[in-house]
Design a protein around this ligand. Structure first.
Ligand code: GAL
Length: 706
């Protein structure tokens, strides 16, 4: 059985850097960790020089010594591959391994993640060091799993080296076959961008006003994702040859321009996320008005869960944030380490590892605190970690339980990446996703992100040669995946493929409810606008025609729509709707601007289900009205009454339901149980009103209801 994330119990870990400390500290550190309930450490992810100090000279003396001690102590180890930090000797002799900025100027040695994925020389160095390390430590009894690289695509998620251009050309050749196809796909006849030869194509370079061809940009993001995935897969395939049967392979964090879902499927056993909720309190980013603050990390955790239903946290914040060059955020207040650990667990994590054990006394991260401060003395944070470990033992039965949600928010990488370059798309997308998340949180409505994972994602050709029946089987599973949800929000499916539209039709036809927002269906898979009447491929499903549309004019202020007497904001952009077909019914009309009176919301009955097409982006209040009117908010409202500042999450296992209530406020709050439930910490049956102290987390157990 796997040592962590095995459905049996929760496990705590920490990130440890034996190379930062005198060897004389190792033993005491490991002993103190174990006494504090920390059973796993992650090591080595930046330590290339300790293994290959000079080209071709390999030594495992340092890690042999450390692993021997770890094993003797009974400490379990996740071993990292060091490929996020190529050594100076390597980049000095082979500068082609370096990434570059958009002008082609190389990022130099001196920080980290300065390499590119496509350099054949770098790939070869990585292959060798991964192979040698996996061969040596795969069988090691202390090692229980592997972390590939560190935070793939963190810090920089754009690559402009010469190797990237060469690989981009290969990627495009494979995708389009001929230069003519590429010219058509990218619409290069516009502004005379036509290419005659593949050699004329580059990764996007600096252009006046950065107005690079949008279709090229979309393919470029797909290419970056493809390159990162291949880099991870190359390492995973090597490690698999050597690791023990129950050992796992993971990588940490979720970053841009990367299809984390596909990467997980093809290379990993699960993802581990890095959770730093105190970023919400960074001086530069702090927003007094932001209702979510550290609670926003629940959105990232939901993203993680969607890519990797079982997951862990490789780096959970345990001290103040801060690099010597950027970011400052305060030390977690008493109770917040527990709160954020439980936030991760409420969302499905069964393994939580704190970043980091001791705070480093040197280097860029000397202000980035771990559990212990510089002196290493016992402190309040260590005591809190020890308390967390006791709590995890008391809630052991919850390990392996599934996060339970009836509301899904649909996403797909084509639209995520289209919204990165396309400002119209970006504005509606950001507004609606932020609002929906906040509204779902404030109304205590658990939800999942649900990603389309269809063949379109397989950009490097895999999947395309699948037999027809296996594709049909995939569609079946995709439909079942959607049918777990009573209602799906797909706020702005700007790019809507036939395959996805068909799946949505099946979902709705069979009784599902779907909510869509403005700008749906106006682009094809290349990011080009369609000529069919909008909302394009969604027109029949939505029973909607859109003869006209406009950005919300700034001098119109908030454009409102009247939905049975409730005024809702149609934010950012307005589709002016007309019902189409006999099952379409106007539910709301614009109440301001020159288009007052025009339909703003149409409900179309389709088979046993229904589709709501809303002409705007969803503002926060609008999202709340949708949740209320569609009857999905407060799904546990008849059993538990909570203030808005508390999050509610539910995990279910073996017929039991565990309701997590998390108080993010610095003040005590009152909650009320309307029926008797068992409180996990304390083990008593409880009912009625009670108080939760600042940052407190309570878990209530009851039978799952049908
Ligand atoms: C993560 C990273 C760690 C450390 C930490 C604090 O992004 O994986 O190596 O840098 O942040 O900055």
């Amino acid at each position: 059985m796997r040592e962590i994330i095995n459905g049996e119990r929760f496990v705590l870990g920490t990130c440890y850097y034996p190379e930062h400390w005198e060897q004389s500290l190792w033993e005491e550190d490991l002993d103190r960790m174990l006494r504090s309930g920390i059973e796993v450490i992650r090591i080595a992810e930046f330590a290339w020089n300790l293994i290959e100090p000079r080209e071709g000279e390999y030594t495992y003396e340092f890690f042999d010594r450390f692993l021997e001690l770890a094993h003797a102590k009974g400490m379990k180890v996740i071993f990292g591959t060091p490929t996020a930090t190529p050594p100076a000797w390597l980049t000095e002799k082979y500068p082609e391994a370096l990434n570059a900025d958009q002008d082609g100027a190389l990022y130099r040695h001196g920080a980290r993640r300065h390499y590119n994925y496509n350099s054949p020389v770098y790939q070869q160095f990585c292959r060798i060091i991964v192979e040698k390390s996996a061969a040596r430590y795969g069988p090691n009894p202390a090692v229980i799993g592997w972390q590939i690289d560190n935070e793939v695509n963190c810090e920089v998620d754009e690559f402009y080296s010469e190797s990237d251009t060469a690989a981009f050309r290969r990627f495009l050749m494979e995708k389009y076959g001929t230069i003519g196809e590429l010219n058509r796909a990218w619409g290069t006849v516009f502004w005379n961008q036509t290419y005659n030869e593949w050699e004329e194509i580059y990764v996007p370079r600096k252009t006046p006003h950065y107005t690079n061809n949008p279709h090229q940009m979309l393919d470029y993001y797909r290419f970056v994702s493809d390159s990162a995935r291949k880099f991870v897969r190359m390492q995973a395939e090597i490690i698999r040859k050597y690791c023990k049967k129950d050992d796992f392979i993971t990588t940490n964090g979720l970053f841009g321009n990367l299809d984390n879902h596909q990467m997980t499927k093809e290379s990993l056993d699960f993802i581990t996320y890095d959770s730093y909720p105190n970023f919400a309190y960074c001086l530069d980013d702090y927003e007094e008005k932001d209702l979510m603050k550290d609670r926003k990390w629940s959105r990232n955790l939901a993203e993680t869960r969607s890519a990797s239903p079982a997951f862990g946290i490789m780096e959970q914040q345990s001290g103040a944030n801060g690099w010597s060059t950027r970011m400052e955020a305060p030390t977690p207040r008493p109770g917040q380490i527990t709160l954020w650990t439980m936030q991760s667990i409420a969302h499905g994590a069964d393994f939580v590892s704190y970043f980091r054990w001791r705070t480093c006394t040197f280097g860029t991260e000397m202000y980035w605190h771990g559990i212990l401060d510089y002196s290493g003395r016992d402190n309040r944070r260590l005591l809190e970690v020890q308390e967390v470990s006791k709590k995890l033992a008391a809630m052991r039965e919850i390990a392996g339980a599934q996060y339970a949600a009836k509301v899904g928010v649909l996403r797909d990488y084509d639209n995520v990446w289209d919204a990165r370059h396309d400002q119209w798309h970006q504005r509606v997308d950001q507004c609606s996703h932020r609002s929906l998340f906040t509204a779902l949180q404030l109304t205590h409505t658990p939800f999942d992100y649900v990603y389309f994972e269809d063949a379109v994602q397989s950009v490097s050709g895999e999947g395309c040669s699948c037999a027809a029946d296996s594709l049909d089987a995939d569609r079946e599973t995709a439909l079942e995946k959607l049918q777990k949800y009573e209602i799906l929000f797909y706020p702005h499916a700007v790019i809507l493929t036939d395959e996805r539209a068909e799946l949505l039709e099946k979902y709705v036809f069979a009784g599902g409810r779907l909510v869509m927002g403005c700008r749906t269906g106006y682009k094809d898979i290349f990011g080009k606008c369609v000529m069919e009447p909008l909302p394009g491929r969604a027109a029949a499903l939505a029973g909607t025609d859109i003869p006209e549309y406009s950005f919300v004019a700034p001098d119109d202020g908030k454009v409102l729509a009247d939905w049975d007497g409730t005024l809702i904001e149609a934010a950012v952009f307005n589709d002016l709707l007309t019902p189409a077909g006999e099952n379409a019914e106007v539910l709301a009309r614009y109440a301001s601007s020159y288009y007052a009176g025009t339909p703003a919301l149409i409900r179309n009955r389709y088979g046993k289900g229904e589709v709501y097409y809303f002409g705007g982006a969803f503002a926060l209040d609008t999202a709340r009205v949708f949740l209320d009117k569609l009857g999905v908010s407060e799904p546990y409202g008849s059993r538990i009454c909570l203030p808005e500042r508390c999050e509610l999450a539910a995990r279910e296992k073996d017929g039991w339901q565990y309701l997590f209530v998390l108080n993010y406020a610095a003040q005590a709050v009152k909650i009320e149980l309307k029926e008797e439930m068992q409180e996990i910490f304390g083990g008593k049956a409880v009912c009625g009103e009670s108080e939760m102290s600042p940052y407190e987390v309570k878990i209530f157990k009851s039978r799952v209801r049908g």
